[in-house]
Design a protein around this ligand. Structure first.
Ligand SMILES: Nc1ncnc2c1ncn2[C@@H]1O[C@H](COP(=O)(O)OP(=O)(O)OP(=O)(O)O)[C@@H](O)[C@H]1O
Ligand SMILES: [Mg+2]
Length: 278
């Protein structure tokens, strides 16, 4: 059996997806390592082991992500292609949702916004607020760097202990601003605020920021369904907090089941589309 390995070498983690043929994903996995090269070779070895395959079974590697350019030439003498990350982000999101046109928000270490249609995938901008912001601030505010510990703490937290809401500063009903909406993230840190409250405040700040930017990017367009991918999109509270932003702006956030692997999937799919290879 011949497989195509799509590899997304990101700023924090490397994702690898094994495709048996265009529509069939055999397996996928995510690894984190101190450096991107170790992480790439580790991910390749691990997925082949998991799928009971050897290097002889690999037809091609398709690399994308910020680390893709660090790997020169072919891997183990096997055809190795590099595809543009924004194209992979867009193609992956369209494939996983079946949408023909959407805004894709890839929330990784940082956040990228890509307008994706069957015709083209266009990077419209980015934000430095993403998963890196979450883990960086959590290391100082909570003394935690591991994402599972941050999420576990957030599950017990309360936003009322850290965030300033509209109802805290206004008695008046403002039509476009319901009373529960955040007026300022961390704008009302109570002296009794706990590590758990800070953890939830951080997660919420990331979701509200990327969600609002995405909603603004869709103003004056027909797009009402926004696809959110990347490891941060796969965190348990992502949908709930993005839904809150979506209700304010009349947009819907869709998090595909394979959100973590969307970009690696989008890269591998381009193997089947020769002219996209670079
Ligand atoms: N299992 C995990 N390991 C590491 N980080 C995780 C994990 N799950 C969620 N995260 C969060 O996701 C962020 C990394 O997301 P992701 O792996 O999508 O980024 P990336 O692709 O490496 O980065 P970028 O796309 O910005 O280059 C981390 O900063 C962290 O906040
Ligand atoms: Mg990424």
């Amino acid at each position: 059996m011949k497989v195509i390995l799509g590899v997304d070498i990101g700023g924090s983690t490397t994702k690898v997806v094994a495709f048996e043929e265009k529509q069939r994903v055999l397996d996928c996995l995510q690894v984190r390592a101190g450096d991107q090269i170790t992480s790439l070779y580790g991910a390749i070895g691990h997925i082949l082991y998991k799928c009971h395959l050897t290097l002889r079974d690999v037809e091609a590697f398709v690399l994308t992500g910020v680390g893709a350019t660090m790997v020169k030439g072919d891997i183990y003498g096997i055809h190795t292609y590099r595809v543009k990350e924004f194209e992979a982000i867009g193609r992956g999101a369209l494939e996983l949702t079946g949408l023909k046109e959407t805004l894709v928000v890839s929330v990784g270490t940082g956040t990228a916004f890509v307008m994706a249609s069957e015709k083209e995938c266009r990077h419209i901008g980015g934000s430095g607020v993403g998963g890196g912001t979450l883990t960086g601030l959590a290391s100082r505010l909570l003394g935690e760097t591991h994402i599972d510990a941050i999420v576990a703490a957030a599950e017990k937290g309360s936003l009322r202990q850290v965030d300033l809401a509209i109802c805290d500063i206004s008695n008046e009903e403002i039509p476009s601003l319901p009373p529960h909406v955040t007026a300022a993230n961390f704008g009302k840190v109570e002296s009794t605020a706990t590590k758990e409250d800070f953890a939830l405040g951080l997660l919420n700040m990331v979701f509200e920021t990327v969600g609002s930017l995405a909603a603004f990017a869709c103003k004056n367009t027909e797009i009402r369904e926004i696809v959110v991918t990347g490891s941060v999109a796969a965190l348990p509270m992502a949908q709930k907090y993005l839904d809150g932003v979506g209700m304010l702006h009349n947009v819907k956030f869709i998090i595909p089941e394979q959100a973590i692997f969307a970009t690696a999937i989008g890269a591998a799919l381009q193997y089947f589309n020769l002219e996209d290879r670079i």
